[in-house]
Design a protein around this ligand. Sequence first.
Ligand SMILES: Cc1ncc(COP(=O)(O)O)c(C=O)c1O
Length: 448
Amino acid sequence: MDYEALASDFVLHALRREKSIIFERAQGSRLWDINGNVYLDTMSGSAGPAMVGHANPAVAEAVARQMAKLPSVNLLHDSTTLIEFCTRMASLAPAGLTKTFLCVGGGEAVEAAIKFAIRITGRSEVLSLTGAYHGQSLATMGLGGMPALRKWLPGSLRWPNFRQIPSADAYRPPLGGDPGDGRAALHALEADLDGAGSGHVAALIMELVQGPNGHSVYTSDYYRGVQQICCERGVLLIVDEIQTGLCRCGTTWACDLYDVRPDILIVGKALGGGVPIGAFTTRKDLIPKGLESEAWHMLTFMNQPLSAAAGLAVLDIMEKEKLAERARVLGQQATERFRQLAKCYDVIGDVRGPGLFVGVDFVENREHKTPATAACRKAWGFALDHGLITQFGGSASNVLKFKPPLTTPQVDFDEMLNISEETVAFIQREVDQTRRVPSVVVPANAGD
Ligand SMILES: Cc1ncc(COP(=O)(O)O)c(C=O)c1O
């Protein structure tokens, strides 16, 4: 069968690249394409679904069993598997979060959480951070803080009730100043909540480490300050752990790492082990009497047993295989290796991220932190030609994201790091070449 031709005739793509590959099967951290070539996956699927490894047999078995027994129920009823899943989430979630809503996508869980926050506070505005990513539905795009991801829509898709405030990005602080100092960003949050947003803001939603923005991290006083400012003003803190949660950062939640106590925690991706999933967990005392009988939210696939079976299987694997510890061990190996490389390759501007959630920020110039975007674009293809699935994120697409399955065997992990090292050397060569060529001044009206 000519899959290439069929794909271009019949699949409606997004993000299509010249080198897009057609895969046939996967196991653990490896995928095979239709020509039998093998690839190592440093992205765990799209940054998470394969956190417990691709095609994990325990997940496959649990899902197949549930599919044969009870895949779905009418929305007005519950199932034993769902109840078991939500009970399990309550035992794992950060302190005080005990009630879970389950659905089939991360962005869908964000939307549900936002609606919930607006409904229970009676306030209609929601804040997010610059650099944020919370999904691509119409509403969640409005919470996005990466302009490149929404500028192609008319008006950049802005909702009057959603706005972004500057984050405390510790490498490229949007407000300038000392990169290690989050105080300016805290003042910006206070100024919004006490000014424009006064009394109208239901919630602040944030990732504790911004995944799609290139693993941007903050200082610990920023996390503390955000919690205090929100708490004093009755603004709910929604933490999006769709990428950082479930052991990825070396603890069950990134919340544990930074001592953050959210009112609402959102998970997705890894929780399904490949089955589409999203969920949010919140405090019981926040739920007004009667809300659970209202149609405050309604989805055909909400709270369904098939998703719950996948979630339960992943949570089992996470605990049995001590994935938090594995993330710490592998994460340290990766971080150490990239930091060593930074001593020889000056295109590495920063290596950051907790656990096995590593970001390597490539720059043309360390002093000015100019993103090495063009070289990274080519490096993606270079890595793929060498059997490595990678992705470069951040608003300038210059941050190598390194977050393979937490179950990756050491031999595959070492190979991932070896090919990554070759990729770093490739980026250095590309950037060195442009340094030798005097830059061409493009007339102002000649751009595309
Ligand atoms: C931090 C974060 N939030 C939300 C989402 C949206 O999840 P989904 O793509 O499952 O809708 C993503 C997806 O990349 C994400 O990384």
